[in-house]
Design a protein around this ligand. Structure first.
Ligand code: SAM
Length: 118
């Protein structure tokens, strides 16, 4: 379930095509329609544990405002894992307050909050 306001960048046509609006207690929320859900694998992952369940390399990873909670050595370990599961030249999107310039050996800054896997 997502807050409707979180999808405000989506066109009305896409919103209608891919999402269902919640009713009653879920008013103001939307959820992905079954055809979209079938294309998504939902997993719960603890980023600081070693047993990441991902099989295939990713083109892009969005990990926004999560690593701000980790100390520098933990951030580095998570960044090394992200590096391992991203395709070469894959993109990592982070939050505005996050800065991983200490890991330039792994990622090159490509925008204010966008890194490219080296
Ligand atoms: C500030 S919220 C950011 C949520 C979302 N990414 C965003 O930008 O709106 C921080 C999120 O980090 C998650 N988080 C904290 N420690 C984590 C960990 N070890 N593994 C996975 N997620 C974690 C929390 O559950 C929370 O959802």
């Amino acid at each position: 379930m997502y807050r409707l306001e979180g999808l405000k960048g989506l066109s009305p046509a896409r919103l209608h095509k891919f999402f269902l609006r919640g009713k009653g207690a879920n008013a103001g929320l939307v959820c992905a329609k079954p055809e979209l859900r079938r294309a998504i694998e939902f997993l719960s992952v603890n980023l600081i544990r070693d047993d990441w369940p991902f099989q295939e390399p990713f083109d892009a990873i969005f990990c926004r405002n999560v690593m701000i909670y980790f100390d520098a050595p933990t951030q580095r370990r998570v960044l090394e894992r992200i590096h391992r599961v991203l395709k070469p030249a894959g993109m990592l999107f982070v939050g505005h307050a996050e800065n991983f310039s200490a890991s330039r050996d792994l990622f090159a800054l490509r925008g204010k909050t966008v890194y490219e896997r080296r």
